[in-house]
Design a protein around this ligand. Structure first.
Ligand SMILES: Cc1ncc(COP(=O)(O)O)c(C=O)c1O
Length: 213
């Protein structure tokens, strides 16, 4: 942990646990302590740790072709996109590396669509107080929590925040400049379905929601 604090940038307040390996819902630290993992990579390890089929698929692909750029097509990318489209509401897929990047793309798409298909003056995004949408400059602006924004100003123009779970507040905030509304169905960082002023209860820090548009 000492070396971690020495060599890693302090972008996260980490808990004092050095994970070494995982199996299913269990994580083992470097001292051999076992934990039941309720965090699950913040809800991304949906198959549990080191699922044998997933490990095999990653090993097989890594031995075959590791990386090509988006300048070219590759078969697994097309196959996965087709699977996702045929099993969801989506028409097309944009692959990216993080939640922040997904939200960044959604903000860009919404602005581009509004400008080109509606009116060039449309660019505003309405988001909720207490929201968490990521740590890039655009998504941290959309995030309705000052603690994440401190030190990064000037933030991007064109974002408004309204109380969470208040449809009337959203209606009032909509103007002819509104391009999109960015909401988590359930606020994780802000507390479950909360309309409370106290939105930073530590016990709720690890609940995650997904942004939709
Ligand atoms: C609701 C929500 N949106 C966006 C993000 C950002 O995702 P990432 O950390 O992968 O950039 C998170 C991450 O916790 C999240 O919980």
């Amino acid at each position: 942990m000492k070396e971690g604090d020495r060599y890693l940038m302090s972008t996260y307040a980490r808990f004092p646990l050095v994970s070494k390996q995982g199996k299913g819902a269990t994580v083992v630290d470097v001292d051999g302590n076992r934990y039941l993992d309720f965090v699950s990579g913040i809800a991304v390890d949906s198959l549990g740790h080191c699922d044998p089929r997933l490990v095999k698929a990653i090993q097989k692909q890594a031995a075959q072709l590791l990386h090509v750029s988006n300048l070219y097509y590759n078969l697994p990318q097309i196959e996965l996109a087709k699977f996702l489209v045929t099993h969801s509401f989506a028409d097309k897929v944009f692959f990216c590396n993080s939640g922040a990047e997904a939200n960044e793309a959604a903000i860009k798409l919404a602005r581009k669509f509004a400008k080109e298909k509606r009116d060039p003056s449309r660019f505003e995004i309405i988001a909720a107080q207490g929201a968490f949408h990521g740590r890039t400059l655009a998504t941290v602006t959309a995030t309705g929590q000052e603690k994440y924004q401190k030190g990064f100003d000037p933030l991007l123009p064109g974002f408004r925040h309204v109380p969470y779970g208040d449809p009337e507040a959203i209606e009032k905030a909509v103007t002819p400049q509104t391009a999109a509304i960015l909401l988590e169905p359930i606020q994780g960082e802000g507390g479950f379905g909360s309309r409370r002023k106290d939105i930073s209860r530590k016990s709720e820090r690890f609940a995650t929601g997904t942004a939709f548009y």
